[in-house]
Design a protein around this ligand. Structure first.
Ligand code: PBG
Length: 331
């Protein structure tokens, strides 16, 4: 039945009617806040070193990270995702599996101080290698997959030993999920879930993150391991392989330009899916809002809702705290 019997506007007339038929819900408990934890106090001596390209986000000292985690818990967020900024980098990225490294110390401190919050860790080498690649290099400067996988597994175990509730490998090496699962199980962490950055694209949207983590590759780029943004079927294959290797959740990253793949991966895998609303997506909204071109609150809530509608169960976003506040005001 078409017009005039059907009038789509009938159910849009009032807020209660719109609420009655709203298909997608966004809740603070679906959001994860990324945190950058520095091993050493910044030269300025400050607890929070602002990141210029990500207004409102800072590199944190240990105590500032605990304070952020306390805020996150109070706002009802699902958890925090920790990234470490080591004092020193080397060829192997050995800071990544240092039991006294920034991430490991932060996990312990947050777990001790804050209840009811998931402490998740990003497992990668790029923040820790002097060359900025996500794995170790062969003599010809290509990334050695299998040697990197071993180091990543070691890193994941170190995070679990510190008390991480979940580990999230973001390196895009082949076979890393299976290797991490095996190593975790062997070390007594059979219950620690793996959130695999399964379909992670070689994206221009990571720019601000690389400023924050000082992890821009010293030469070349990440296209030898991260995915080609043109490929959708391959994203589904990546996710299915990670599931076979034992991933408990899969991720699509970035989020905003990849809604089709959030949907495709959710349908193909039937797994819980996370979407990473990355640094460049955050920076664009902040810049446009600061210029007065868009309304920040409405834009952020629309973006996050669209990711849920696309099929994301969980969203990792730098907007998490603001979004939680705005959502609380709405109800
Ligand atoms: C580490 C990693 C990156 C991001 C998350 N984990 C950077 C990269 O791959 O270059 C990006 C997150 C963001 O842009 O917000 N490999």
């Amino acid at each position: 039945m078409a017009f005039p019997n059907t009038r789509m506007r009938r159910l849009r007339a009032t807020a209660p009617l719109r609420g009655l038929v709203r298909e997608t819900e966004l809740r603070a408990s679906q959001l994860v806040l990324p945190l950058f934890v520095a091993e050493t106090q910044p030269p300025s001596g400050r607890d929070r070193e602002p990141i210029e390209s990500m207004p409102g986000v800072a590199r944190l000292s240990l105590s500032a990270a605990v304070a952020e985690a306390q805020d996150a818990a109070a706002l009802g967020l699902a958890g925090v995702m920790l990234f470490g900024i080591p004092a020193e980098k080397d060829e192997q990225g050995s800071g990544a599996w240092d039991d006294e490294g920034a991430v490991q110390l932060a996990v312990r401190a947050i777990k001790q101080a804050v209840g009811g919050l998931l402490v998740m860790t990003d497992v990668c080498l790029c923040e820790y290698t002097s060359h900025g690649h996500c794995g170790v290099l062969r003599s010809d400067n290509t990334v050695d997959n299998d040697a990197s996988v071993e180091l990543l597994a070691r890193t994941a175990v170190s995070h679990a030993r510190a008390g991480a509730d979940l580990v999230a490998p973001s390196d895009m090496m082949d076979g890393r999920v299976g290797a991490i699962r095996e190593e975790l199980d062997g070390e007594g962490f059979a219950e620690t879930p793996i959130l695999a950055y399964s379909a992670k694209f070689a994206s221009a949207f990571y720019g601000p993150f690389r400023d924050a983590a000082d992890s821009t590759p010293a030469f070349g780029d990440r296209r030898g391991y991260q995915m080609d943004p043109a490929n959708g079927r391959e994203a589904v294959r990546e996710a299915l392989l990670d599931v076979q290797e034992g991933a408990d959740m899969v991720m699509v990253k970035p989020a905003l330009a990849y809604g089709d793949l959030i949907r495709a991966v959710a349908e193909a895998t039937k797994m819980p899916v996370a979407a990473y609303n990355v640094s460049g997506e955050y920076a664009m909204v902040k810049a446009a809002a600061a210029a007065g071109y868009v309304d920040e609150r409405a834009t952020v809530l629309e973006i996050l809702t669209s990711l849920r509608r696309a099929g994301a169960d969980t969203i990792i976003t730098y907007h998490a705290k603001d979004a939680a506040r705005w959502l609380a005001e709405q109800t």
